[in-house]
Design a binder for this molecule. Sequence first.
Ligand code: ZN
Length: 62
Amino acid sequence: MAYKCDFCGKEFTASGHLHVTNKKKLYFCSSKCLKNSVVLERDNKKVKWTEEFRRFNSLNKK
Ligand SMILES: [Zn+2]
């Protein structure tokens, strides 16, 4: 089964990190993504190495 990282958008299969809050389940491809999202509470639209950043910025380019 493949998961998509909720932070960087990368797909991964085995060695991911699952973070469960009382509202939802979040999947992360690495502890780096987990840390950035959960601990540092970074917005993935503002973090350069995420897919969300690329998508967000290409939509806003004029
Ligand atoms: Zn990731």
